[in-house]
Design a protein around this ligand. Structure first.
Ligand SMILES: Cc1cc2nc3c(=O)[nH]c(=O)nc-3n(C[C@H](O)[C@H](O)[C@H](O)COP(=O)(O)O)c2cc1C
Length: 276
């Protein structure tokens, strides 16, 4: 079996169809198949030119209507990083990342263009928030692919949105600009591991969305994952007990049994977005 097929079967399950030969003849698809987040880094500092170049590659990603509604903040200053860590405690690994960046959605520039050029901005509705968020997410993903393609390791950090207002104040983000996620970056100190995914039969649909057999597929995924990569901690045991099989679905159900960032909508509205 080819390396890429082995990796994809490990990730998505033994029934994953094999890939056409063309994927195996290129390096990048195999790297993508085996990618993983990294949270442990060597102390080596990163060349600022390299980081800038990766930002350039990230911003080569497509953007809705070429509006280019995403920006990147590179946190170079040690004090600024320390303040960021103070704002979001419980993410100590971030301190070991030689570089930290924040990816932002920026719908402000579009509004400035309308103001400066004259035609009125008449799209003050949910789509403005959504388009900028998607553009920023694509830039984040593209940055990661570029970084991982040369052996760097990274991990996104949406935990910065636990304290969106404080992060916004720290970074000086104006109205209609907000952080979607941070990114810790460096040379990996450990190999890390491939994280298993739901089978493609559950997540890739043909012609029409389908949930046929979903519950059974999730049971099978839970079992496969618990066997190979059991969760080391169970959430909220006092509240929900300690089942013999603590699978992915149990973990995710418990995770969302408590409110998380319930104030994010208020924060986004305060940033000037009309979400209707
Ligand atoms: C938008 C986004 C936000 C994330 N936020 C965090 C975070 O705050 N802290 C963290 O440790 N990992 C974070 N992650 C990493 C995920 O936990 C990780 O991607 C997931 O467990 C799958 O593992 P893998 O990336 O190794 O495949 C985030 C990932 C994404 C895409």
């Amino acid at each position: 079996m080819s390396q890429i097929d082995e990796t994809l079967k490990l990730r998505f399950g033994p029934d994953t169809p094999t890939t056409p030969d063309i994927l195996g003849r290129h390096e990048f698809p195999g790297q993508l198949a085996g990618r993983r987040s990294h949270r442990h880094f060597k102390p080596d500092l990163l060349d600022p030119e390299l980081v800038n170049s990766l930002c350039a590659l990230a911003l080569c990603a497509p953007a809705k209507s070429d509006l280019q509604q995403r920006d990147i903040v590179i946190i170079e200053d040690a004090d600024q990083r320390a303040k960021l860590l103070e704002i979001i405690p419980g993410n100590a690994w971030m301190d070991t990342a030689p570089m930290f960046l924040v990816f932002c959605a920026n719908n402000r520039r579009q509004r400035q263009l309308n103001e400066w050029r004259g035609p009125p901005f008449v799209n003050d509705h949910l789509d403005a928030f959504f388009n900028a968020s998607v553009d920023a997410g694509i830039a984040l993903a593209t940055f990661m692919m570029a970084a991982e393609s040369i052996g760097l390791g990274c991990c996104p950090v949406s935990a910065i949105r636990n304290e969106s207002q404080k992060v916004s104040d720290l970074l000086g983000l104006p109205d209609h600009v907000f952080a979607i996620a941070g990114l810790g970056l460096g040379w990996p100190a450990e190999t890390g591991r491939i994280s298993m995914r739901l089978p493609l039969t559950a997540t890739v649909h043909t012609n029409q969305f389908s949930e046929k057999g979903l519950s059974k597929q999730i049971d099978a995924y839970d079992a496969r994952r618990a066997e190979a990569q059991p969760f080391s901690n169970q959430r909220n045991i006092e509240e929900f007990g300690k089942p013999d099989l603590y699978g992915w679905s149990e973990d995710k159900a418990r995770q969302y049994a408590h409110p998380d960032r319930a104030d994010f909508g208020d924060f986004i509205r305060a940033k000037g977005f009309n979400l209707s």
